[in-house]
Design a protein around this ligand. Sequence first.
Ligand code: ATP
Length: 214
Amino acid sequence: MAKRIGILGGTFDPVHIGHLRSALEVAEFMLLDEVRLIPNARPPHRSAPQVSAADRLAMVEQAVTGVSLLRLDDRELQRDMPSYSIDTLESLRGELADDDQLFLLLGWDAFCGLPSWHRWEELLRHSHILVLQRPDADSEAPEALRNLLAARTVSDPLALEGPGGQISFIWQTPLAVSATQIRALLARGKSVRFLVPDAVLAYINAHGLYRASN
Ligand code: ATP
């Protein structure tokens, strides 16, 4: 049977319960076999992640251990430079059966920025796109995406067919947590307990990550 695989890219500096709940809820709702969490190298125009790639990978690994629907995929950090999403999708496709289904998870803001992505029009050749939208959002898509949305949108995300090529929306209320907030708390010596899984907290403490002196 064709596999159904979700993809969630991020800096994960550090991974937190917002990422994990979102990925798990999508996996369960969409009846996915797994969601791959793919830590990114940060592109040059953004500030560098505060901790090493090895630490970010290790924290995601800790977070998904024992969670059968979530998996770490380290392919983007095996290279020295930031990967384009199209390269990641091509690389994933190279390992999958032709009829396996890929679902790229994107927040609304990221989705609106799509036209600036390298070879963005080819993304749908390899994957569906699931846009995660806040229930209270009333945003309008940029002009450059209107035709694509008109041609490719399927209203029921469970009705997306084939290995890729379609777009659908999932309404989801994100937990009010961000990695920025977690880094700021740790830098001030505050607790981030319950914002990250206990195993991630243990890793952060054991390695003294995000302390003001780092
Ligand atoms: P930072 O605060 O450093 O910008 P972040 O918390 O937004 O980080 P990222 O690693 O940049 O985390 O996010 C990876 C993906 O997870 C993005 O698609 C982002 O939209 C999504 N995401 C981030 N925070 C949440 C959250 N609280 N709930 C659901 N999804 C989230």
